[in-house]
Ligand binder design. Structure first.
Ligand code: FES
Length: 257
């Protein structure tokens, strides 16, 4: 395919887009993303019933490729479970459309990201409200946690100088975890804060974190702790990309309630 040529399927979905519009109701979540490349906007309206995508519609201010990819992704996602829908990648959509000009691939990101955003909102709605998540609930999901308590996992800390020059991960659990992460930067340049939040709750916190030199992993959760006798690395789950990757760390600070 030439860099500017569109497949018949792209043209068909552009001329007759499927599932255009909006949905309303308590069981509808709305995913909304802007395209950082061109500034265009995409909205996905998703009705989830019994963890399955019962209906889906979209609205976009994007170009023809954005319309075609959104139209295709609604067809791919309808009827799937949210877990299956999360696995639909930008590449899958482009392939279903028999290819997109490379210069337009950023437009296909828009539809896939808007669908993910909607599913994330659905999942957030299912979770207990922020602040009600107990440490036990968080701990429950982390592989290897019990094994490493006291061997690199710290459930409370008083003397931050013990972490001098170590690679430390702080699991976000309220204001105190932010304070600890900031305090640690006096002793080590390698501080990672991991949080399920999409962005800092306030602009002040955002500026504060940016200045602190703390590496923040947003929309991420700790999936597993690994090592021989002590913590050597952790498996991080990127909730946005639904991917997992390893990070080398010496210590993990996970505060109890
Ligand atoms: Fe903006 Fe395609 S150019 S979505």
């Amino acid at each position: 395919m030439k860099s500017t040529q569109y497949s018949d399927k792209v043209l068909d979905h552009f001329r007759k887009p499927r599932n255009v519009g909006t949905l309303e109701g308590d069981d509808v979540v709305v995913g909304r993303v802007g395209n950082p490349v061109c500034g265009d906007l995409m909205e996905f309206y998703v009705r989830v019933r019994d963890d399955r995508i019962a209906d889906i519609k979209f609205k976009t201010f994007g170009c023809g490729s954005a319309i075609a990819t959104a139209s295709m992704i609604t067809e791919l996602a309808k009827g799937k479970t949210v877990e299956e829908a999360l696995k639909i990648t930008r590449q899958d959509v482009a392939e279903e459309l028999n290819g997109l000009p490379p210069i337009k691939m950023h437009c296909s990101n828009l539809a896939a990201d808007a669908l993910r955003d909607a599913i994330k909102k659905y999942r957030d709605k299912q979770k207990p409200a922020a602040g009600q998540t107990t440490a036990a609930a968080v701990e429950h999901e982390i592989g290897g946690l019990e094994q490493f308590i006291g061997r690199g996992i710290h459930q409370d800390v008083s003397d931050l100088s013990l972490f001098k020059d170590k690679r430390v991960m702080v699991v976000e659990h309220g204001d105190r975890s932010f304070e600890i992460a900031r305090g640690l930067t006096k002793f080590t340049p390698r501080v990672i804060l991991i949080t399920r939040q999409k962005e800092p709750e306030t602009a002040a916190l955002s500026g504060d974190l940016a200045r602190s030199g703390i590496k923040v992993l947003y929309e991420s959760e700790l999936a597993e702790i690994r090592g021989l006798n002590t913590v050597e690395k952790v498996l991080v789950h990127d909730m946005n990309e639904n991917e997992e990757y390893e990070l080398f760390v010496d210590s993990v600070i996970m505060l109890k309630e």
